[in-house]
Design a binder for this molecule. Sequence first.
Ligand code: HEC
Length: 179
Amino acid sequence: MNGRGLFVRILVVAIGFLSACSHGPEVGKGQRIAEEYCAPCHDLTASSSIRHGPPLWGIHQRPLGNIEQFNYSPSFQERRKEGDFVWSEMNLDRFLGDPRGLIPNNRMSAWDPGLHASPSSGEPGKSMDLVRASLASMGHYEPFRGFKNPSDRQDLIAYLKTLGAKGEDGRKEAPQPSK
Ligand code: HEC
């Protein structure tokens, strides 16, 4: 190969590399992350059912702690009383990077006997060891401690923003804000 050919090759590789680096958030990748890491605890669909965590349909720009039927932790309730906390992109990014840093003692990042015990037992916490063992064996409901990689968070947030985004039919079914 002559020098010119080599130069062109290097240029092609370099351009390919740069364009691979500069791509924006990927919704598809975010969806895969959400299905693996969030769906065990959160309903991501318009049916907005209550699971271990509150439903995430319409989460972008939703006020914190806003699902009436969901029993939030005291720290979430306190934070809500403080006022105008909305799940903006920035707050989602901070929360998903370090949930405990943003809202200490939240239930998403901790084992919570009341939360994880079988609802049918009627006695939260009693069967905790059993529940913990069986959930762990399924690989689900591990406390969520955050994603270090900013691009994982950006992909995830790009996907979260599509859930119940304006114009989608499902938005109508999103839970109404509580007072
Ligand atoms: C171990 C179960 C669990 C996992 C896994 C989990 N969450 Fe949560 N999440 C919760 C719980 C429980 C709450 C309510 C926290 C509280 O009351 O302290 C919550 C709250 C939230 C909130 C605030 C909702 C509101 O109504 O204010 C957001 C946003 C959120 N989670 C996003 C996510 C995303 C995105 C993922 C995936 C990366 C995820 N969560 C993974 C359990 C989980």
